[in-house]
Design a protein around this ligand. Sequence first.
Ligand SMILES: [Fe+2]
Ligand SMILES: [Fe+2]
Length: 297
Amino acid sequence: MTERKMLTTSNRGLLEDSFPFRLYQKAKRLGTWNPADIDFSQDAHDWKKLNTDQQEDILRLISQFQAGEEAVTLDLLPLIMAIAKEGRLEEEMFLTTFLYEEAKHTEFFRLVLNAIGEKGDLSHFHTDTYKKIFYELLPTTMERLVTDQSPAAIAEASVVYNMFVEGVLAETGYYSFYQALENARIMPGLLEGIGHLKKDESRHIGYGTFLLQRLICEHPHLFDYVAAKMTELTPLALRLNEEGIAGREVSAFGGDPALVMEFTLRQLSVRMDILARAKGKKIEEIYRFSDSELGVL
Ligand SMILES: [Fe+2]
Ligand SMILES: [Fe+2]
């Protein structure tokens, strides 16, 4: 074993101006909301007034988010371990807030379900494509990092977790929630939590973007690898939407499902556009990216 080199007692100290450290500071300031403090009494009231189709649409979204948050909470640890092994202290400091926030998101959706009195099994909302992503692809990609911490394995994990699950699927989910609830002016507690979630997730996606840009800068051939992975995942996002829409031309709240599909496609291309900004950049420039440049709210 090589002798450990301490960073914070060396001339290096902490890289206080680096993107991950700034993100860590932001998470400490903004990531302090408590799901248990949200008042869901109006939500419980609104829920009873919805018709069966509307309840079905909301429950599908909640059940997919609930299981999605559970999955990302359980699956993140191998990435944190890989980053810690490389001694990337500022990144790991940020990742401590990341995991804590995923735990709160898991708690949040369960509180919503409890408040509206939904205690039954919701796994019938997990379609084949949903299962492929959250029961298979995500856990196997993340678990691979336990034995393989190569740059390609870390890049693949970040593409699946940060770019695809968080950056495309979760973002599409928020869009669908707003499309249904904001126009109908119902379930304020659910919307309040979604607002917090969206901000938390923008930091998670921002970190993933930084991580991939750093990896691409250090190993330029990884850009094509990452782009190919995103292309490979694209049909899964489209199929997941189609399964949710189930041939309907209008959602139970009057929303246009085609807009949701457009949103997903836009997210897929936005993620790759942002990653492409790392091409030809020096590593110091990657560390100096501002929050807004990486889409952090
Ligand atoms: Fe989350
Ligand atoms: Fe997240």
